[in-house]
Design a protein around this ligand. Structure first.
Ligand code: NAD
Length: 497
């Protein structure tokens, strides 16, 4: 059996506990991952502490050169990385490449870190006084990541944390831990000093050890909301800087004037791509007006019937299996619940079986109509290939749905009416908005983050928000007197007036 071990300085040395890593395409256990503890984390932190000062003192241009080389190496290894990712996650190869590419775009941003880290300067803030600021690394940062983007999310965090001069320790999802280890190896190959990027595996025990470790100054978390909230509270109580992104239930509003063929194309990709296991998936569609709803439903049904569910190496497949048997059962449980709650089950994806892969964790695409806001299956995240139609009578009602939902990650509006789109973007109570863009994941030099229960903390991932998170601002007020005394002692707070 393949073993997946920690990637820390001095060698991992094994762990008493192990977890199963499945191949979702056929249901088998393909590897065992070590599940670490506080003692193992101590070793990684000691190595990080030893390596970080020299890395922080390395000029930013040289740090950027490591990012350039890392980007080249990831691109050269793209095929192998994508296959590794798909084999543990289940998403199709092209989608795995997208996962890696979106992460690489953050590395491209990090190639410009010398420019980004330039501080602010005010000459002559007072008589003979200048004020300037600099951004300094936190020291040691940690990232705790979910299973659904095993390349992109570790790269969101590690790229910015490392480029800004921190040592970084990642605790990836124990469901698909191989790609983060490979990325850490490529960082070393790219010239990153040992100890600056390490990987520790584990579950709650390791997460708690990270949150309690006195030498870890900042923790970035992405995962489900209850755990994000827990991580945020425990980390902050221990005096750390914490950003914790949680779950989502993104709505797609379809106005009567929208191009419905385009909407159906966009929706099927955004609702069912990656088997719906995306925090920026669109699992709720809100057609405005009965006529729009009926027309949309009529077009959605054949589009869903045409979807091809297959193994992740099937180049024709639109999406692959979900990540584990337990997750498959959970999603199927939600399908039953939604039906029991009185929604109309238009297309039922349960019982889907792929010939030759009967033990794979597949779920067919599922469509519900007449879903209402009082249903638990509407309020909660399902995180599977399930699309729910919630009908709204008018624009105001449609705007209210995502605005009042407990999650506020992403939302999209489909319309040809610029005024409606502009109103919607300004008023909706959600962090990321797409206008005729179904999955509005911001580009790397902007930043990613939701509102409400989709994110705890106040800084987003990557872009300047990421730089803010991984650095502390120091502000210097300086005066170089010419030697002639300029008055007596000052006993009042100095002002520049
Ligand atoms: P998860 O919350 O189960 O796991 C995330 C991380 O937390 C993993 O590293 C896991 O080992 C750790 N963990 C699990 N249980 C824990 C516990 N009891 N105590 C402490 N740590 C624990 O999430 P997942 O299933 O891997 O990922 C899917 C979730 O992530 C979905 O809810 C999805 O919406 C969310 N997500 C959010 C974003 C975002 O940016 N908002 C992005 C991607 C995924």
């Amino acid at each position: 059996m393949r073993q997946i071990d920690h990637h820390i300085v001095g060698g991992a040395g094994g762990s008493a506990r192990q977890g199963d890593v499945f191949d979702p395409n056929n249901g088998s256990v393909q590897a065992q991952v070590a599940l670490g503890d506080a003692a193992l984390l101590d070793r990684a932190v000691a190595a990080a502490k030893a390596a970080q000062p020299a890395w922080a003192a390395t000029n930013p241009q040289r740090r950027a050169r490591v990012m350039f080389e890392f980007k080249r190496l990831v691109e050269a290894n793209m095929d192998a990385l994508a296959h590794m990712l798909s084999s543990e996650h289940g998403k199709v190869i092209a989608d795995s490449k997208g996962d890696i590419q979106r992460g690489l775009e953050v590395i491209e941003f990090c190639c410009g870190i010398p420019h980004v880290l330039k501080g602010e300067y005010t000459q002559g803030a007072g008589p003979g006084i200048d004020v300037y600021s600099m951004r300094q690394p936190i020291g040691i940062g940690a990232g705790i990541t979910p299973f659904n983007f095993p390349a992109m999310i570790p790269l969101w965090m590690s790229g910015v944390a490392i480029a800004t001069g921190n040592a970084f320790i990642i605790k990836p999802s124990e469901r698909d831990p191989s790609v983060p280890v490979r990325l850490a190896e490529l960082f070393i190959e790219a010239g990153l000093p040992e100890g600056i990027c390490q990987v520790v595996h584990g579950d709650k025990e390791m997460v708690d050890a990270i949150l309690d470790h006195p030498d870890i100054g900042a923790v970035s978390f992405v995962g489900s909301s209850d755990i994000a909230h827990y991580v945020y509270n425990r980390g902050v109580a221990n005096g750390k800087r914490v950003q914790a992104m949680g779950g989502a239930k993104n709505h797609g509003i379809v106005m009567p004037d929208a191009d419905l063929d385009q909407v159906v194309n966009d929706l099927t990709g955004a609702a069912f791509g990656s088997a719906g296991e995306r925090c920026m998936a669109l699992p709720v569609v809100v057609p405005v007006g009965e006529d729009t709803a009926n027309r949309l439903r009529e077009k959605l049904i054949p589009a869903i019937a045409a979807l091809r569910v297959g193994v992740s190496t099937d180049a024709e497949a639109h999406y692959g299996p979900v990540v584990t048997q337990a997750h498959k059962e959970k999603v199927e449980g939600w399908i039953q619940k939604c039906a029991d709650e009185g929604a109309e089950l238009v297309v039922d994806g349960r019982g889907f079986s792929l010939q030759g892969h009967e033990k794979g964790f597949f779920i067919g695409p599922t469509l519900f109509d007449h879903v209402t806001t009082d249903m638990e299956s509407y309020k909660e995240e399902i995180f599977g290939p399930v699309l729910q139609i919630v009908r709204a009578a008018n624009f105001e009602e449609a705007l209210e749905l995502p605005s009042k939902h407990q999650y506020g990650n992403g939302v999209a509006i489909f319309t040809r009416n610029g005024h409606a789109a502009r109103e919607f973007a300004a008023r909706v109570n959600v962090g990321m908005v797409g206008i005729n863009v179904p999955i509005p994941v911001p580009v790397a030099y902007h930043s990613f983050g939701g509102w409400k229960r989709s994110a705890f903390g106040d800084t987003n991932q990557h872009g300047m928000e990421g730089v803010k998170f991984w650095t502390k601002v120091k502000t210097i007020t300086q005066r170089w007197p010419d030697g002639s005394p300029d008055g007596g002692n000052a006993f009042v707070i100095p002002t520049m007036g």
